[in-house]
Ligand binder design. Structure first.
Ligand SMILES: Nc1ncnc2c1ncn2[C@@H]1O[C@H](COP(=O)(O)OP(=O)(O)OP(=O)(O)O)[C@@H](O)[C@H]1O
Ligand SMILES: [Mg+2]
Length: 306
């Protein structure tokens, strides 16, 4: 498998992953060694690589190959499923949620308790059922299932929104020629995305780079306000100077695809016996922090209302 860079040049994917993992390990070693007397050697470090639970054996094997390229021997490597790691970790957190279930603190659940784990990450969303076996162990009652509907899908929808405003050609040029502005725009979107609430009357204000406006005006010979007219966002999104104002409803719609797929998958699973027994749903992974996703899960599955 190869990966292309922005100029279409390709490299082996395993090399790219290997170099990235090596960078992380080296960087961690540097940071740790700064804070201690003496030195940790790479051979003294055991590496745990976490992967989404729904990854195929081939995908996991690919990660093993990549870690080999990062000079991590198999004796020093553990591969772990993200939902399992998160689930075990939560068992040792004192999560006290006001809940109808008096025993809903993860650290107090009795042996034999079954609970659903929804791991919502950047790339994937996966759902599984775990059963508490002992203080430190759990059993996977139902193999994970899910799909690639993670939070990156929301980022992609934002890209589509900008592309609809300025057109595909201009947007491509912007991404190629004004990388810094594009990176800034993505970073700002990441922050706004994390703050998004469902029922808010607020408008979201973001910077609309002047370099993008200029590119649009140069290539379309129209001013940027005209671009909105044909985008379907006229009267909704407002562009003024280098500011873009987006109504909260339009912003929340960016989550629709990912949230709808997640909820319909969850609902389809709830018909299964292993899911019917579970009275707790544990949301883990970065995207689980999203109030939009939390709201949709609680609306669709009120029995898990916290
Ligand atoms: N408060 C938040 N609201 C919305 N999304 C968030 C929030 N915090 C983090 N995210 C998103 O969560 C994702 C990262 O989550 P996580 O670290 O669980 O992913 P991952 O495990 O690397 O991905 P995968 O499981 O697909 O391999 C990013 O896409 C990030 O934008
Ligand atoms: Mg993950």
């Amino acid at each position: 498998m190869t990966i292309e860079d922005e100029f279409g040049r390709s490299l082996l994917a395993a090399d790219v992953f290997g170099i990235s993992i090596k960078f992380l390990v080296d960087d961690m070693l540097n940071a740790v060694n700064k804070g201690i007397h003496g030195l940790f050697k790479p051979s003294e470090i055991h590496v745990v690589i976490t992967v989404p639970a729904i990854w195929s054996d081939a995908a996991k094997q690919f990660m093993r190959e990549a870690t080999k390229k990062a000079e991590i021997t198999k004796e020093r490597l553990t591969m772990a499923l993200e939902s399992e790691v998160a689930s075990l970790y939560c068992r040792h957190l004192h999560i006290h949620k006001p809940c109808e279930l008096s025993n809903a603190c993860m650290d107090k659940l009795p042996i034999g308790t079954k609970y659903i784990v929804l791991d919502a990450g950047g790339g994937t969303i996966d759902v599984t059922v775990h059963e508490i076996k002992s203080e430190h162990t759990l059993r996977e009652v139902r193999p994970a299932s899910g799909g690639d509907w993670g939070c990156i899908m929301v980022d992609k929808e934002f890209e589509n929104l900008v592309e609809r405003i300025v057109g595909e050609k201009v947007f491509e040029k912007f991404k190629q020629e004004e990388k810094e502005d594009w990176l800034d725009m993505q970073r700002e979107f990441e922050l706004k995305k994390r703050e998004t609430k469902v029922n808010s009357a607020d408008k979201i204000r973001m910077r609309f780079p002047l370099s993008l406006t200029k590119l649009y005006e140069k290539h379309s010979e129209k001013d940027s306000c005209t671009s909105l007219a044909s985008s379907g966002y006229a009267g909704k999104i407002n562009l003024k100077n280098d500011k873009m104002t987006i109504p909260n409803t339009v912003f929340v719609e960016l989550f629709d695809k990912s949230v709808t797929k997640t909820i319909s998958h969850l609902k389809s699973l709830l018909a299964e016996d292993s899911f019917k027994e579970a009275r707790i749903l544990l949301m883990v992974g970065g995207y689980s922090e999203s109030l939009v996703l939390q709201h949709a899960v609680i609306e669709a599955l009120p029995k898990f209302k916290s």
